[in-house]
Design a protein around this ligand. Structure first.
Ligand code: ADP
Ligand code: MG
Length: 258
């Protein structure tokens, strides 16, 4: 007859390898503690197994979010928690919280357009909404518009634009920061139009921009494309106007006054 304590030792020695092969790191880490607890509290085998599986699922969800947060490339520390709503009277806290929750605008491929002068918190708010979306299980990519335009153009040159667009399709929401810095003189922004048209009514965009629509003629190659881009962006959009004094200037002034 086999000795039960030897059997236990053999199983304990095999478990780490088996659990790693099955990609169950949380169970590998916790099975022993849970087993002690199960013995102490008289859990049955099903209860024990269910508790371990539940643990693995919870950990898996948070590992996934942590991965997506890194992949999102969001600027650090720009969250809803660090946003000072008193500084921007035109922006309501409840509205940003609800946009951060995602429903229903993101399901409908809606957009958010943030307008206002430099330093008023557009990038911070866009990043904060993005952060909240990732925490809620969505996939987000933050990018300076000029960087993304460069990537799109490079892809266009080597005929891999469709492949790049479908890679970007994996993101529920793309944040294009400083759309106004992309200019038709500097770059062939027709690819930007293609991105906007491709995502229309399917996948969301958050855009920050210092210039009002009336100045968007400097962004796209021609007037027809400008109008078409604005039409598609605005169709299912929430427009946020950041009409406040520059936060940078305000904090600098407060610092100078002591
Ligand atoms: P914009 O994109 O409109 O030019 P930013 O979002 O980059 O402005 O804001 C400039 C700086 O001021 C950033 O460091 C940002 O975190 C900070 N800031 C702006 N508005 C706020 C705010 N309402 N609460 C907290 N920080 C803010
Ligand atoms: Mg900005």
């Amino acid at each position: 007859m086999s000795d039960p304590s030897t059997d236990l030792q053999i199983d304990a020695a095999r478990l780490p390898v088996m659990l790693t092969t099955l990609r169950l790191p949380s169970i590998a880490r916790h099975w022993h503690t849970f087993a002690t607890r199960a013995d102490r509290e008289g859990w049955g085998a099903a209860r024990y197994l269910a508790a371990l599986c539940e643990h693995e699922l919870t950990d898996r969800a948070s590992r996934r979010i942590a991965r997506h947060l890194v992949a999102a490339g969001l600027p650090r520390g720009k969250t809803l928690a660090t946003f000072d709503f008193a500084a921007v009277p035109t922006i309501r806290k409840a509205q940003l919280l609800s946009l951060g929750a995602g429903d229903p605008w993101i399901e409908q491929g809606g957009n958010i357009l943030c307008f206002g002068p430099s330093g008023t918190g557009k990038t911070h708010a866009a990043a904060a909404i993005g952060h909240a979306l990732v925490e809620g299980g969505r996939r987000v990519l933050f990018s300076r518009t000029t960087d993304l335009v460069q990537k799109l153009q490079a892809a266009h040159r080597d005929l891999s634009l469709p492949a790049l667009l479908s890679r970007l399709d994996r993101f529920d929401c793309l944040i294009l920061d400083d759309l106004g810095y992309a200019s038709k003189d500097q770059a062939e922004t027709a690819v930007l139009f293609e991105l906007i048209a491709e995502r229309y009514e399917r996948k969301s965009l958050i855009i920050t921009c210092n210039q009002p629509f009336s100045e968007w003629n400097s962004i796209f190659p021609n007037a027809a494309m400008t109008v078409a881009a604005i039409d598609r962006l605005v169709h299912h959009a929430t427009i946020l106007e950041f009409n406040a004094e520059s936060y940078r200037k305000r904090t600098a002034a407060a610092f100078a006054e002591g």
